[in-house]
Design a binder for this molecule. Structure first.
Ligand SMILES: NC(=O)c1ccc[n+]([C@@H]2O[C@H](COP(=O)([O-])OP(=O)(O)OC[C@H]3O[C@@H](n4cnc5c(N)ncnc54)[C@H](O)[C@@H]3O)[C@@H](O)[C@H]2O)c1
Length: 398
């Protein structure tokens, strides 16, 4: 195989930029592409526009060495990596428009023997659609290698996990799989596993659906335990002492841009067959509604007993502990709904300084001022607070 020298990474967000910076630090010439001009300018100045430990050091040295350049336009390369968003539309229908437009953008730079890799989390069949898109742009796809290699890094540990995690590579042909595996093996220390494109696509969706289903089980248990007057945290920790049981933790719902999103890709395509995966999504969404009802009932009780308007402290807005990420966050949704229902909210989120809809209140001040304290996210700061609350939905007191 011709030696790979130049890589074009399309989409310079949480996945694309760390990948581009890592590859540049490994000696590849990397041409990064993004449609946002300020992102391109920030990176070319050796700086970063997203929060991720160690990424600043990687980008700075990659840019200083001359190995990483960002641009609004793609360029010729040996390998193309697409890492653009794959969200869903309002009705949970997958939106792969970004993948299609990124594919069209690279088409005129593709030469025979190139490798084109889709890293975005994608509905089954998207890699085939990428090939069709290239064919429609008059590319002879029999002369190039197309593969899917889903990313499974954990935000906060991306630079480490990009290298150490096992990877799944699924090519549209056996040769494409082989070529792509060879490429990943130049910078991944984990195992690089071979399969076909559809299995690779489904594997990523399966991983997140598995976690979603397991959390749905925990959330259902939490609602049952409330009915039976049992502490769910104790229950799960006892059940998990069985050597073959591993139940995840319940919470105020499920959020973030992966676990709360990706199972819908399966449900959308699977229809009636995707019963359990759909039900898990519904249970996790229902848990959020259940939490809202619990808080509203407590608020009503307080107002009836005290004859004054209640102040409710919402402890945490992020989608999981100790991060500032509010995407698809059930806690934020709960605070919004309570506010829309006319409750006075003291919104607490130690990981952000401001929010356009809420005045962010210091957690100690909120505890002092609130009539009702409700724990929505188990941030580390909250674990030091000594306050009685029956509205602990994230196991602060477990
Ligand atoms: N962030 C994660 O932890 C994570 C983990 C695993 C998988 N993923 C998946 O990786 C993919 C990318 O996610 P992300 O978190 O990096 O998203 P992101 O929003 O942080 O970054 C995507 C970038 O792509 C750019 N972009 C959009 N359209 C473009 C185009 N046509 N050409 C060039 N650039 C374009 C955007 O401006 C943005 O900078 C998604 O499919 C996501 O589901 C993300």
């Amino acid at each position: 195989m011709n030696k790979i020298q130049k890589i074009c990474v399309v989409g310079l967000g949480y996945i694309g930029l760390p990948t581009a910076a890592l590859l540049a630090n490994r000696g590849y010439e990397v041409h990064g592409v993004d449609v946002v001009e300020s992102t391109v300018n920030t990176i070319n100045a050796g700086k970063i526009h997203i929060v991720e430990p160690e990424l600043d050091t990687f980008v700075k040295s990659a840019v200083n060495s001359g190995n990483l350049k960002a641009s609004l336009k793609p360029d010729f390369a040996d390998v193309f990596i697409i890492a653009v968003p794959t969200p869903f539309h309002d009705d949970y229908v997958p939106n792969i428009d970004y993948v299609v437009s990124a594919t069209k953008a690279i088409a005129s730079f593709i030469k025979p023997e190139n490798i084109v890799i889709l890293e975005s989390t994608s509905p089954v069949g998207t890699t085939e659609l990428l090939e069709t898109t290239l064919k429609n742009e008059n590319i002879d796809t029999s002369k190039i290698y197309i593969a899917h290699c889903p990313e499974r890094v954990l935000p906060g540990k991306i630079m480490k996990e990009l290298v150490e995690n096992d990877r799944i590579v699924g090519g549209l042909t056996t040769k494409a799989t082989e070529k792509t595996v060879e490429f990943y093996e130049t910078f991944v220390s984990g195992a690089v596993l071979s399969t076909d494109a559809r299995t690779a696509e489904m594997a990523k969706l399966t991983e997140n659906s598995f976690r979603d289903t397991n959390i749905a089980f925990a959330n259902e248990l939490s609602m049952l335990c409330d009915k039976f007057d049992i502490n769910v945290w104790e229950l799960i920790s006892l059940a998990n002492r069985h050597p073959r049981v591993n139940i995840l933790q319940p919470g105020a719902g499920v959020g973030g841009h992966c676990i709360a999103v990706d199972p819908w890709f399966i449900v959308h395509a699977g229809g009636e067959t995707a019963k359990m995966i759909r039900t898990a999504r519904e249970v996790n969404n229902y848990k959020t509604e259940w939490v809202i009802e619990k808080i509203k009932n407590a608020a009503l009780k307080f107002e009836n007993e005290n004859g004054k308007k209640v102040k409710v402290a919402c402890m945490g807005l992020a989608f999981k502990p100790d991060i500032d990420d509010l995407r698809e966050s059930p806690a934020l949704y709960i605070a919004r709904r309570l506010k829309a229902d006319g409750l006075e909210i003291l919104a607490v989120e130690p990981n952000i300084e401001s929010h356009k809809e809420f005045e962010i209140v210091d957690y100690k001040e909120a505890i002092e001022k609130a009539d009702i304290v409700t724990f929505l996210v188990a941030h580390k700061e909250f674990k030091t607070i000594k306050v009685k609350s029956d509205l602990d939905f994230c196991g602060i007191y477990k």
